[in-house]
Design a protein. Structure first.
Lengths: 754, 154
C-alpha cells in the first residue's frame, strides 16, 4: 500500500480542511465513533463488511437521493449512494473515482454488477458529486479523491456490498410477491427466476424492492462465484463507445448559455511577479470582453478560444523575474551532487555494523524534472450564479477542489457544486493540493463578477510550463559486496525536492523529517537489505513538485534495479539468481519475477546486438516484473518486446489490467527516451511536444502481459506497470554491450533519435 | 472578420472568423462540434485531426479561410465503410484509455484504410506517426487497424 494511504486515513476531514484553510486547528482525532475511518475499520474488523453502509446516516435512502446525480437519483430502487435500479431495467452505478483513462469506471461498475448479477449491457455509470462523507476514498480515510492506484483496492468490498444490497432487496421483493423462500430465487443477467416458473426483470421488481428493508450485511460471493470479475472480455469498457465517436464530454466540451473562454498570461518564470500590464491592444482584439488581473496572472476573457488566445498575445505584461533568475537545472544538479556528499536525514539505519566489503560498486544517478503532459491540457468551467458556484472539470481530488473553489469564491461549501467529468489523462497532474486550474477558473469567474459562465483553457505551453513537475532527483550509492558476492553494505543518499513538504499533506505525511514518497522503492524495498544506510536531503525551490505516475518509484526503481544488475555483474552472478537470493523472504515478488523469466525465456541466447534485461518492482501493493528485449543498431536503441508479469490480487477486469501494463510501459519508455524539463534563468525550456518528445507508435514495443492467478484483494494497476520498464531496458542495453546510463533521459546519451 | 463558408460533415456553414482563425476553433466554438480536440496547437500531437476531402489534416494549424471548397469531415461525420470498421474495431479492442486523442487517431486510421485497405505495420507507422497517445494505447491501435482491414476485405 502506498504510504500516502497509510498517512491520510489516520486523519479526519476536519483536519484536512484546517490544513487547507492554513489554520492549525487541533486535530479532531477524538470525533464521535462512527464518523472516523479508524472507528469504521475497527467495526469492520469485528463485524465483517460494514464499510459502505457505515457511512450512511439513518435515513439512507434520503441521503443517497441527495447526492447522486442524474439517473441514479431518479430510479425506483436506490438502496445506497452507489447503485440504483430503474423501472426501465437499467442499473446505474455512481462512481466515486475520477476516470482519466485507467478504467476505474468499468472496474467500479464490474464490482457492483457482479454481486448484483446484472446484465452488463444494462449497466450505466455516472460520476459522484463532491461529497467526502459519502464518496470518500477509504484508503485516504475521509477524503474523496483518486490516486495511489487505489480505486479498486479501496472500493472492492464497498462497491460489491452495494451491489449485493440491491440484489438482496430485489430477491426479497420477489420472495414476497411469489410467496416463495428468498433462498430459492435465482438471479442472472438482471432477471429473477424461481423453479415454479416465476420470472421478473429487475426493472419490474425495482419499485417493490424499494419497499424492502436495506439489509445490514448482505452476503458476498466467493471468488469462485464471480460471474464477471476475472472473466476476460465479459466487461468491455463502458467508455469505449463515447470515446470512439467523439461524444464523450471533457471539460472543453461543456456548453452553457453565454459561455466565455479565458486564457491566463501566467508568469513566464518560476517565482515571477506581475508588475503591471497594458490591456489596450488586447481589448482591441475582436471578441475580447475582459482583461482582468487574477492571482495567477492576467486573464483575457473572450467569446471564443481563438479570440482569447489572440487577446493574450496582444497583452503587454511587465514581470519581475528576479526571484527565479538564478534557477538553472544544471547548476541545481551540481548543487545536488555536493549535497549528496554530506550527511542528510536518515531514512534507513543498518541493523548491525556492516562488515568490511571485499569490493564496492558506486554510482550517482541523475533524474530530470518531468511534466505529466496529459493529452488534454488543464482547464475548468466555473459559473457563479444565484449565490452559488458550479464547476466542471476533471476533478481528481474533489475534496480539495471543493474546499479551495469555495474559498476562492467566498462561498460556503454547500453553495459550491462540482461536476466531475472524464479527463484526457492526468498521470498525477490533476490531483494536487493547490487545485490550481480549478481555483484559477473560479478566480476568473469572480473577476468578471459572475457575469457569465467562463471556461479557463490552458494552452499546451501553459500546462507544460506550470511546474508541478516530477522533481529532479539524484541518488548516490556505495554498495559493498563480500568475498562470496553477497551484499555487505549499502550506503544510499537521495537528494531532491520533497513532494509533501510545505503542503497541507506535510503534517500527515512527513515523519522524522523524511517524506516517504522521496524514498519509496529504496525504503521500503522488495529486497532483504537490512544493511541499508539511507539518508535524504530535501531541497526547497520555487518550482512546485508533484507525484508523476508511480511517484517516487519513477526514480527509485531505476536506481535499485540497475544497481541489482551492476552488483550481479560485479559478483559474477546471473541477474535473476542474484535477485532471487535477496527475495527469499518475499514470496510474491519471487513468484512474479520467476513468471516473467519463464515466459520470456530469460537467459536464452539472443542474436548479436540484442539482449534481454530484467527488472522487478513492487508499488501500490502490486508486484510487476518485466523483461525487455532490446536491440542496439548503429548505436541506437530499439525495444522490440516487453514481457510483463503482474500480481495485483483478484483481476477484476483482466483486459483493463493488460491495458494499464501496456500503457504504463509505453508511458515509461517515452520518458526514458526523451522526457526532460530543463530550467534556464527560471524558465522551463521545453514547452510543447516538439521539444518534450512523447513516444510515438513506431517506437512502441510489442507487449505480452501475464496476470498471476490470485484470490487476494485487488491492488493497484494504474501506476505499477511504469517503474520496472526503464531499468529493464537499461539492463538490456548494458547486457547488449551498450553503455550504463546513469543520467536520464537516454536522448542525453545519444542512445535514441530525439 | 470575414465570412467563411465551410462544408462540414455534409452541412453548409457560414461563420464570421478572423483570417488566421484555425479550423479547429471554428469547428469547436462556432459550429459546436466538440469531438475534435485541442492538444498542442502546433500540429505535433494530432488530437485535432480532421479530413479535408478525405485527407487527414491538423485543424489546429489550418486557417479556416484556407479550407475553401474542400469538404471537412470530423469524427461526428464519419460515414464510410472504412470509418465504421475502424470505430467498431476500436470498440472491440477496447483501444481507448483517457480517450482524448482517439478522435484524431480514428480520423488518421480511417484515412489510411480508405486509401490503403491492407496496410502493413510500416504503413501504419507512417500514417499514425503524427498522432500522440500519452496513455500509449499504440499496441491496440495497431491491432485495431489490422482488424478493421480484415473486416474490410472480408
Amino acid at each position: 500500500m502506498h504510504p500516502l494511504m497509510h498517512a491520510l486515513r489516520e486523519h479526519t476531514l476536519e483536519e484536512l480542511q484546517a490544513q487547507l484553510a492554513g489554520t492549525t486547528a487541533t486535530p479532531a482525532r477524538d470525533a464521535p465513533a462512527g464518523v472516523t475511518r479508524r472507528a469504521l475499520l475497527a467495526s469492520g474488523a469485528a463485524g465483517g463488511l460494514v464499510v459502505a453502509i457505515g457511512w450512511l446516516p439513518a435515513d439512507a435512502q434520503a441521503a443517497a437521493g441527495q447526492g447522486a446525480e442524474g439517473r441514479a437519483a431518479k430510479a425506483a430502487l436506490v438502496p445506497n449512494q452507489f447503485v440504483s435500479v430503474g423501472t426501465d431495467n437499467l442499473v446505474t452505478i455512481v462512481c466515486k473515482h475520477h476516470e482519466m483513462g485507467e478504467g476505474n469506471t468499468t472496474g467500479l461498475a464490474t464490482l457492483v454488477a457482479d454481486e448484483l448479477d446484472a446484465d452488463w449491457s444494462l449497466v450505466r455509470t455516472e460520476y459522484a458529486p463532491a461529497d467526502a462523507k459519502r464518496y470518500a476514498n477509504l484508503a485516504f480515510g475521509t477524503m474523496q479523491g483518486t490516486g495511489g492506484s487505489s480505486a479498486m483496492s479501496n472500493s472492492y468490498l464497498q462497491y460489491r456490498e452495494a451491489g449485493a444490497t440491491a440484489r438482496a432487496m430485489l430477491v426479497a421483493a420477489a420472495a414476497d410477491a411469489w410467496k416463495v423462500p428468498a433462498g430459492e430465487i435465482r438471479t442472472s443477467d438482471s432477471v429473477l427466476t424461481h423453479a415454479s416458473g416465476q420470472r421478473a426483470t429487475y426493472g419490474e421488481m425495482a419499485a417493490a424492492a424499494a419497499r424492502q428493508a436495506v439489509p445490514a450485511k448482505p452476503a458476498l460471493k466467493s471468488p469462485a462465484q464471480f460471474a464477471l470479475m476475472g472473466r476476460d472480455r465479459s466487461t468491455p469498457r463502458v467508455d469505449s463507445p463515447s470515446k470512439c465517436t467523439g461524444t464523450a464530454i471533457y471539460t472543453g466540451d461543456v456548453k452553457l448559455p453565454g459561455l466565455l473562454t479565458a486564457v491566463i498570461a501566467f508568469p513566464p518564470s518560476f517565482g515571477a511577479k506581475m508588475v503591471s500590464f497594458d490591456a489596450a491592444a488586447a481589448r482591441k482584439v475582436k471578441g475580447v470582453t475582459d482583461v482582468v488581473a487574477v492571482p495567477e496572472g492576467v486573464a483575457v476573457v473572450a467569446k471564443g478560444t481563438w479570440a482569447a488566445m489572440q487577446g493574450r498575445r496582444a497583452l503587454k505584461v511587465t514581470w519581475d523575474e528576479s526571484a527565479g533568475a538564478s534557477l538553472d537545472s544544471e547548476a541545481l544538479l551540481a548543487q545536488y551532487r555536493e549535497m549528496a556528499a554530506r550527511p542528510g536525514t536518515s531514512f534507513a539505519k543498518p541493523a548491525a555494523a556492516p562488515a568490511a566489503p571485499a569490493r564496492t560498486v558506486e554510482a550517482i544517478y541523475e533524474f530530470p524534472f518531468l511534466a505529466h503532459a496529459p493529452m488534454e491540457p488543464q482547464g475548468c468551467v466555473a459559473w457563479l450564479h444565484d449565490g452559488q458556484l458550479e464547476t466542471w472539470a476533471g476533478h481528481q481530488f474533489p475534496t480539495f477542489d471543493h474546499m479551495l473553489a469555495a474559498k476562492a469564491a467566498g462561498l460556503p461549501l454547500d453553495k459550491v457544486r462540482l461536476h466531475t467529468l472524464v479527463s484526457g489523462g492526468s498521470f498525477g497532474r490533476r490531483a494536487n493540493v493547490w487545485s490550481d486550474f480549478t481555483v484559477a477558473a473560479v478566480n476568473v469567474a469572480v473577476a468578471i463578477k459572475g457575469r457569465a459562465p467562463v471556461r479557463l483553457q490552458y494552452s499546451r505551453e501553459d500546462d507544460m510550463s506550470a511546474g508541478l513537475y516530477r522533481p529532479m532527483m539524484l541518488h548516490s550509492l556505495k554498495v559493498g559486496l563480500d568475498g562470496a558476492g553477497k551484499v555487505a553494505s549499502w550506503q544510499h543518499v537521495v537528494v531532491g525536492q520533497s513532494i509533501m513538504a510545505g503542503t497541507p499533506m506535510a503534517p500527515m505525511m512527513v515523519k522524522d523529517g523524511v517524506d516517504p514518497t522521496s524514498v519509496e522503492g529504496v525504503h521500503p524495498t522488495s529486497y532483504d537489505l537490512p544493511m541499508m544506510d539511507g539518508q535524504v536531503h530535501d531541497v526547497a525551490l520555487p518550482v512546485r513538485p508533484l507525484w508523476w505516475r508511480s511517484v517516487g518509484n519513477t526514480h527509485t526503481a531505476y536506481v535499485m534495479e540497475t544497481m541489482m544488475d551492476r552488483l550481479a555483474r560485479a559478483a559474477g552472478q546471473d541477474p535473476l539468481a542474484f535477485r532471487l537470493a535477496l527475495l527469499e523472504k518475499n514470496e510474491r515478488a519471487t513468484r512474479t519475477l520467476k513468471l516473467v523469466a519463464e515466459k520470456s525465456g530469460f537467459g536464452k541466447a539472443m542474436p548479436p546486438g540484442s539482449a534481454q534485461g530484467i527488472a522487478l518492482h513492487e508499488s501500490f501493493g502490486t508486484a510487476v516484473a518485466q523483461v525487455a528485449d532490446v536491440t542496439i543498431k548503429d548505436g541506437k536503441v530499439r525495444v522490440d518486446k516487453v514481457w510483463c508479469a503482474v500480481d495485483c490480487g483478484v483481476a477484476v477486469n483482466p483486459d483493463v489490467i493488460r491495458a494499464q501494463m501496456e500503457g504504463g510501459i509505453g508511458f515509461a519508455l517515452g520518458a526514458l527516451y526523451y522526457s526532460e524539463i530543463e530550467l534556464k534563468a527560471g524558465r522551463p525550456v521545453q514547452r510543447n511536444f516538439d521539444q518534450y518528445r512523447s513516444l510515438r507508435i513506431y517506437e512502441m514495443p510489442a507487449v505480452e502481459v501475464f496476470i498471476a492467478q490470485s484470490t487476494a484483494s485487488p491492488t493497484g494497476v494504474g501506476e505499477p506497470g511504469v517503474p520496472p520498464l526503464a531499468p529493464a531496458v537499461a539492463n538490456a542495453i548494458a547486457r547488449a554491450g551498450g553503455p550504463e546510463v546513469l543520467r536520464l533521459p537516454f536522448a542525453r546519451a545519444g542512445l535514441v533519435q530525439a | 472578420m470575414t465570412t467563411v463558408s465551410l462544408n462540414v460533415n455534409g452541412h453548409a456553414h457560414q461563420v464570421q472568423a478572423e483570417a488566421d482563425t484555425p479550423l479547429l476553433w471554428v469547428i469547436r466554438d462556432d459550429i459546436g462540434l466538440t469531438g475534435t480536440k485541442f492538444g498542442c496547437g502546433v500540429a505535433q500531437c494530432g488530437a485535432c485531426t480532421v479530413h479535408l476531402d478525405g485527407q487527414p489534416a491538423r485543424s489546429c494549424v489550418t486557417p479556416a479561410t484556407a479550407v475553401g471548397g474542400r469538404k471537412v469531415t470530423t469524427i461526428e461525420g464519419l460515414q464510410s465503410r472504412a470509418a465504421k470498421a475502424v470505430q467498431q474495431a476500436w470498440i472491440e479492442h477496447d483501444v481507448v484509455q483517457c480517450g482524448y486523442c482517439q478522435s484524431g487517431q480514428i480520423m488518421s486510421a480511417t484515412a489510411l484504410l480508405e486509401q490503403n485497405p491492407k496496410p502493413s505495420d510500416t504503413d501504419i507507422d507512417h500514417a499514425m506517426a503524427g498522432n500522440i497517445c500519452r496513455c500509449a494505447t499504440y499496441v491496440r491501435i495497431r491491432a485495431a487497424i489490422h482488424a478493421a482491414a480484415g473486416q474490410l476485405s472480408a
